[in-house]
Design a protein around this ligand. Structure first.
Ligand code: C2O
Ligand code: CU
Length: 471
């Protein structure tokens, strides 16, 4: 087990790595199911108050969907049609983006590109089919660093027609907040300095909108754990001490079941992982889930507390963990056209740790292929022919990690740093470490103008975004 050098996260000390933090602070698709009437939902974006940290701390003023953080879980079945009426009761415009779902372009929720922002007091109705099963999420795409940072996000679960056989299906929406001592949100959004680095990482991590204490489990049970990283900037690296999680899907898409390298599940902002987790410890045991992504700032996220009930079964459940693939078209690699997307900008490598006096050095903005998309620069970086296969090499020439998201499509990660990937995973958001390269391949089959951007929301605001046109 790793050493826990950060603070234990509980109700009495909810500041994660507060010392280093203090330092930082001083600085249209047709579907077979389309005949059935759509499933109707409503979401009202509005200010609310929720017990993020819990007593004795006061409740936290947030922006929420339907008064809850995260917003209500939307759960439908593969192939269904959704109609979601959104009412904006915030004091500013908003939109909703259905992250990872291959929606028609007009339903993608990108302000000034696919729709005008839903003005304060107005409504907008999203309607689309869900072609693929899996774990997705929804969030605003307008002023998203602040709107997501204040609590607007929720899970969107599309059930398989033949679901995995497990005892319980748990969804963990992972949130990250910057809270003051009275548990209120610190309003320093848009800090330019931290935007040039790792982004606005908070000091309080929540699971489903609460600082978690323990999760009760039963010895012998099998969990399907759907992890959703809804944080604006924090990357998670979760270790399940004493357990052997199997990754069975990434970004909603089934993958050959495998244990993550080093037993650690790494999730950049917006990424999801579905795990199969056999609770193999004895009744009464307590084990920790540790987040060790940032070196020297590991902390205990939550404990699994085994109940005293007798073991549910003596051997792990004998059921397959492999799921049926979704419906993505297979890219034709032999005839694919190649392009490069080079990520640049941010604080340069020199002197990152000693931030004092670094303001003037290096570029402050972020860019893709030399263009920093500030304001409404929506001219396409690439124009792709509908139905053709493409390989895009995403080159990170910065000193920071970037989770890069393409709208409207899922892509296979076929190579990293020139070497073929083992699982050729389908993703919609690929985490590219500093000075590394990921080659992604996809069929440009969904017409429209699609965002391609870093999902560290301060990086996106700082210009690390572009438009890819499919026509
Ligand atoms: Cu989850 Cu363009 O976003
Ligand atoms: Cu980034």
């Amino acid at each position: 087990m790793p050493t826990i050098s950060g603070l234990t996260l509980d109700r009495r000390s909810f500041l994660v790595g507060s010392t280093s933090l203090a330092a930082a602070l001083s600085l249209p698709r047709e579907s077979a199911g389309a005949i059935a009437p759509p499933k109707e939902f409503t979401l009202s974006a509005a200010p609310g108050r929720v017990p993020l940290v819990g007593p004795p701390y006061p409740e936290t003023d947030v922006w929420s969907y339907d008064g809850s953080v995260p917003g209500p879980e939307i759960r439908v079945r593969q192939g269904e049609r959704l109609r979601i009426a959104v009412n904006n009761r915030l004091s500013q415009g908003t939109t909703i983006h259905w992250h990872g779902v291959r929606v028609p372009n007009a339903m993608d929720g990108v302000p000034h590109l696919t729709q005008e922002p839903i003005r304060a007091g107005d409504n907008f109705v999203y309607e689309f089919d869900v072609p693929d099963a899996g774990t997705y999420w929804y969030h605003p795409h307008h002023h998203s660093a602040e709107q997501v940072g204040r609590g607007l996000s929720g899970a969107l679960i599309v059930e398989e027609t033949e679901p995995l056989q497990v005892d319980r299906d748990l969804v963990w929406v992972l949130g990250d907040w910057r809270l003051a001592r009275d548990a209120s949100i610190v309003g320093d959004f848009g800090n330019r300095m931290e935007a040039t680095m790792a982004g606005r990482i908070g000091n309080t991590v929540t699971i489903n909108g609460r600082v978690p204490n323990t999760i009760r489990v039963r010895s012998g049970e099998r969990l399907r754990l759907r992890l959703i990283n809804a944080a604006p900037a924090r990357i998670f690296g979760l270790e399940f001490a004493g357990h052997r999680p199997l990754i069975v899907a990434l970004d909603g898409q089934p993958i050959e079941p495998h244990e993550p390298p080093g037993g650690r599940v790494v999730l950049g902002p917006a990424m999801r992982a579905d795990l199969v987790l056999d609770m193999t410890r004895e009744p009464g045991a307590t084990t920790a889930v540790i987040d060790s992504f940032y070196r020297d700032r590991a902390y205990r996220l939550v404990d699994f507390a085994y109940t005293d009930e007798p073991r549910l079964r003596d051997h792990p459940l004998d059921a397959p963990s492999r799921m049926r693939a979704n419906t993505m078209p297979e890219p034709d690699l032999d005839n694919a056209e190649r392009h490069i997307a080079t990520l640049e900008g941010g604080m340069s490598g020199r002197g990152i740790m000693g931030m004092g006096g670094m303001m003037g050095m290096g570029g402050m903005g972020w860019s893709i292929n030399g263009v920093s998309a500030i304001g409404h620069n929506m001219r396409p970086m690439l124009s792709l022919a509908r139905g053709r296969s493409y390989i895009l090499s995403v080159r990170n020439e910065t000193a920071w990690h970037h989770p890069v998201h393409l709208h409207g499509h899922s892509f296979r990660v076929i190579a990293r740093n020139g070497k073929p990937t083992r699982y050729r995973e389908w993703l919609d958001t690929v985490l590219v470490p500093p000075r590394e390269q990921a080659d992604i391949a996809f069929v440009a089959d969904n017409p429209g103008d699609w965002m391609f951007h870093c999902h560290i929301l301060d990086h996106q605001d700082g210009g690390m975004m572009a438009v890819i046109r499919v026509a």
